[in-house]
Design a protein around this ligand. Sequence first.
Ligand SMILES: [Zn+2]
Length: 224
Amino acid sequence: MPTEREVSMEEFRRHLAQTRVGRRIDEVVIHHTWRPTAAQYRGIETVRGVRRYHMGVRGWSDNGYHVMIGPDGRVFLCRPLHRSGAHVSGRNAHTVGVSFIANFDLDKPEDYGGLETGYAVVAALLERFDLPTKAIRFHREFAPKTCPGLKLSLSEFRREVVAAGARASGSRPRIVLLPESRVIECDAQVQDGVTRVELRPLAEALGYRIHDHLRDQGKLYLAR
Ligand SMILES: [Zn+2]
């Protein structure tokens, strides 16, 4: 049974880190829905509606897109990443399809609340699949359409994704624990080449507790 679910950016990153995608991913293809437009958006109900349309009218097995983004910046996981999408004719096998619920032929990008999230989503996908910036593609490169809308520029979109990726890695370094390949995110920043991480969430994720009551002579005691 196909399902869609809303995730936070943090959950999206964790999902990417924990999901085995048994196909090669070469590109991330960007779309807009055209219809429904941003004004017609009703949260996850709109995402369900797109999926029902893709299944009932187009005859596909699920939503054609892997990720959808609302004008309010909400992120929806749609078709599982391990399965090829149905979003770009002849190019589905090795791509991920990300779609904004918008009509960027008409909707002004500067009035759209979901673009920043979209940049972060695409940046996370590039990082997960180790892809260069030029792996970001617009649907209209491969079809006689305007998708993802005439008001979006590919070069500008790519620049914004790079900036979002830099912000994400600058403010939230990811610490990867092996062998379980768990990914933990905690607040951190790099100062003079030293990464300073908030200790408590990291320690707790590693299975340690901080014993504040043992604090002694500048020592902090961590115990399992
Ligand atoms: Zn498209």
